[in-house]
Design a protein around this ligand. Structure first.
Ligand code: FES
Length: 136
């Protein structure tokens, strides 16, 4: 008798893990459940990799960096605010694209250009040190 509630709890937990697992597969090949923004500084490599007037996606770090004007960098979490999939490409005209349900985001402001996402991408501090980008 006393084991029935425990079993139900285990089954509910398994269902939650299953749902989270699906999200992890879709969102992070590493299977890590990462925060939408870094909790410590993240080195992203050469600042010159980010084109002026364009942006670069760092899928592994779940970040994107844009350079709207020369020397001005903007960084955002690249996990879609709809259900957490990591953006898969950046198009100059169409912005950052989410492969799961088609949301698009402005890479210079993080704003939603097309739903179903309704919340902007979270901005992350970014700086250049010795020609390298450091986010977080
Ligand atoms: S998770 Fe990005 S549009 Fe749904």
């Amino acid at each position: 008798m006393s084991q029935a509630p425990a079993r139900r709890t285990v089954l509910q937990g398994a269902a939650l893990v299953g749902a989270a697992g699906l999200g992890a597969v879709a969102c992070s090949p590493s299977g890590k459940t990462a925060s939408p923004v870094p909790t410590e500084p993240v080195a992203l490599g050469a600042a010159s990799d980010v084109p002026v007037g364009g942006a670069k996606l760092y899928r592994e770090q779940r970040l994107l960096v844009s350079q709207p004007t020369k020397g001005q960098y903007k960084c955002f979490g690249a996990a879609c605010t709809h259900q957490g999939c990591v953006l898969d490409k950046i198009d100059k005209r169409e912005g950052g694209h989410c492969p799961c349900h088609g949301s698009r985001f402005d890479v210079t402001t993080g704003a939603v250009l097309q739903g179903p996402a309704t919340q902007p991408l979270p901005e992350v501090p970014v700086k250049v040190e010795g020609g390298k980008l450091i986010a977080g």
